[in-house]
Design a protein. Structure first.
Length: 254
């Protein structure tokens, strides 16, 4: 099997990206929101096994990936945690076609402390000093977490405890390192093979936050292999990929 590569991006590092060897231009380079990391790794491995087409994942928050794309990052596909950023890319003339929803994310509250049973009711407790969530300015799951807190009228009570990660990936680090007693993350994370059965979590009522419509868009890239990119894009909507997404907690309808 031709394995792909995964690269985490913490900021605008175009000099590194643009310095990639030109022999790698046939690799399908996928900019992917951190919540989709584990699911997309599995989907990409199946795709490569079937087609022989290699891939590279660049993982960060949807907002930061959007900024990189606007500054010329040579990605082929952008898989976002919402539709806002793919729509923004399309309206900027940087996409080959309009974005499309590939699934709906779910928000959970997660803790690795054995003594903590996650619930919104315990968040104001004095024993909860740090509550991790993704930056709502750049990460859709962070915005959803704020909506939950506001809808339950506890945001003002606990806002001083909030610790913001630049993406879901950093939020997960806060939770798994126990630097935060509890945190908001994606259901796809706690169902992943790497995190499954670690700690305790609860799914949050989807009526308390706006549907997390996750979108994908093909980007304009003069060095891309159009056929290979389209093939991966189509595979994302295949029965096999849909089944993987559902295993990771994504919904196919609102």
């Amino acid at each position: 099997m031709i394995r792909g590569k995964v690269r985490f991006v913490a900021g605008i590092i175009l000099s590194l990206i643009l310095g990639c060897n030109q022999t790698e231009k046939d690799v399908v380079t996928i900019a992917v929101a951190a919540n989709m990391q584990f699911a997309l790794e599995e989907i990409s491995e199946v795709f490569t096994h079937q087609t022989g087409i290699p891939y590279e994942l660049v993982i960060s928050s949807s907002g930061k990936l959007t900024a990189q794309i606007k500054q010329g990052a040579p990605y082929d596909i952008f898989i976002s945690a919402d539709m806002k950023y793919p729509d923004e890319i399309y309206k900027s003339g940087l996409a080959a076609k309009p974005p499309r929803i590939y699934g709906y994310g779910q928000l959970v509250l997660w803790s690795l402390y054995d003594t903590i049973q996650p619930s919104l009711a315990i968040l104001p407790d004095k024993n909860i000093e740090h509550i991790a969530l993704a930056n709502p300015k750049t990460a859709p799951y962070g915005r959803a977490a704020i909506q939950v807190l506001e809808n339950h009228h506890i945001y003002n009570q606990i806002k001083s405890k909030l610790v913001y990660g630049e993406s879901i990936a950093q939020v997960n680090q806060f939770i798994t390192s126990k630097s935060s007693e509890i945190g908001f993350t994606a259901k796809s994370v706690v169902l992943s093979p790497k995190m499954k059965n670690r700690g305790h979590w609860i799914a949050l009522d989807r009526k308390t936050y706006q549907p997390i419509e996750q979108g994908v868009v093909i980007l304009k890239n003069e060095n891309q292999s159009i056929k290979d990119v389209q093939q991966f894009y189509d595979f994302l909507f295949s029965k096999e990929a849909t089944e993987i997404l559902e295993e990771f907690g994504y919904l196919m309808t609102k």
